[in-house]
Design a protein around this ligand. Sequence first.
Ligand code: WTA
Length: 638
Amino acid sequence: MSDTYNIGLGNNDTDTRIKADSDFVSFWNDQAKNLTWFSPWNETLDWQPPFAKWFVGGTINASHNALDVHQDSKSEKPAILWEGENGDSRILTYGQILTEVQKFSNILKSLGVEKGDRVTLYLPMIPELPIAMLACARIGATHTVIFSGFSATSIRDRVDDSKSKVIVTADGGYRRGKIVKLKEVVDEAIEDFDFVKNVVVVERTKNEIPMTCKDKLWNDLMNDASDNCPAEKLDSAHPLYILYTSGTTGKPKGVLHGTGGYLTHLYSTFKWAFDIKDSDVFFCTADIGWVTGHSYVVYAPLLHGATEIMYEGAPDFPDASRMWDILQKYKATIFYTTPTALRMFMKFGDDIPNSFDLSTLRLLGTVGEPINPEVWRWYFKTIGKEKCPIIDTWWQTETGGMLISPLPGLETIPLKPGSGTLPIPGVNITVVDENGKDVEPNTKGYLVVKNPWPGMLLTLWGDDEKYKTVYWSKYENCYYPGDYALKDADGYLWLLGRADDVLKVAGHRIGTAELESCIVSHDDVAESAACGIPDEVKGEVIIAFVVLKEGINTETKVLEKELVEKIRTDIGAIATPKQIYFVSKLPKTRSGKIMRRLLKAIGNNEKIGDVSTLEDGAAVIEVQTAFDEIQKSIKESN
Ligand code: WTA
């Protein structure tokens, strides 16, 4: 059995769970009242499975709730303490952000952006990114942020799908001391897209960039813009953003989030999980290009009028002390990061964090992947000095906000390293078998959510059918997230990784199908199968098996280079496989399906079970040999 830690913040509100358990709809109805609405709703939940509308008839605005509502008491309070990778820093107060946001809202309007239009944001981690998001929200435009590590082809697909009229980008961003070019990538991505009318360029690095007739400089526009732009009164279900994420099909899915339900979910979870106080200095290390950044860097902290740190660059640049240096410099009280980052910090040794004053910390969190118990214990001891609870928060792009997490702001329960503990109040989560039957305690099964919750996605952009099949078809009226889990005898949930072909590499979500379709689009490739294998730091890394077309004699070294290059230009560097194995055939079932599980087993050095359903057992031997040979040569070269 796992060790337990009785550590909390002294909160013991049992009422909330009792209310939530007795009637989740009326519970969320009460929670929504924490926000500021222009007009009240007349129906809390309109549930036409699997489509949920929360707070129907109510009107609200995300930017108004993040900024305007704080102006009386907090206009001088720092909202964002921004730290550039190169040591630049900026402090932006709630008053200043509101001014900037209103100006940029007016600029978007002057560029022809109207309520309901989409705007693509491809920016580094600089304050202009949340400003642009909130400006979109203010006028009812739907933002679609693309992670700045994605390539031109990825942007092209996403911009084409969302039909954004305007793109906001930067001349560049800093990453490990180098300038990452962004503007050139956008130019390539939108080359023949007439529907993109304007590209607004923030000058972050001041490197020289090509300017086209569509381009306008952020500062030039801001200098002339009016700083008065009242927030639009929007329906609660108004689409706040689209965020593309990887699934099990070749193309990323556009997860669409609404406004009133999403904000309610974020407001409540931020309070329960982080016990947020006016005096806190919150630091979430997520990039805004991913959902954690949307929810817990941009919206949730600002809804609470909190002060937060936003960091531009790599966590270990210029050296392994950077995170601790930032925590010390800004006297951070809450730190929310990923298991991958923690595993990396842990490898660097205790001396580095021990040489910093981290005594202001009172709460720690992780997100994005399962956390190994030994890393949890290291985090607890070395960073939290055994006085900070750790919240291991499970959720997804689709869920909008946390669904499973310890909630020290609400209650004190024993923590178990590696468990997300309990579902949040108002959400019914369980673990079931293939037939949808609850499994016995301590038995691995599939995680399911049995009722709608306010932060859930509205649908997949432009594809209601896919939304139904991907999430709601495996079990009747249950949301299927695609994760394995088990519930222990205390009812604690343990998340056991993905049950489908979605990988988590350094916490980034990558679909194997996306990678495979990129690899097979190379002229010389006939077939490919990708899978994940465990990695000490990144959680898992990708390996790809490739079958070449008949008669291709190109040296594999050359092909490998070409494929890596192709993956980087089509998807982005984060999808680069650790190893590519060239084989003459892939192991398949008699019906022709590639046996991914078997490839994964080989990659994991596991025993291969029954191969009697295989069409060609020789393929297994070949894959195994290819893998062994490469492993041997890696060992030798080390
Ligand atoms: C995984 C990130 C274990 C899970 C917020 C999920 C986790 C996927 C945890 C969603 C956790 C997230 N423990 N696994 N605490 N948090 N995951 O959409 O497999 O990038 O389905 O959202 O990350 O990834 P996404």
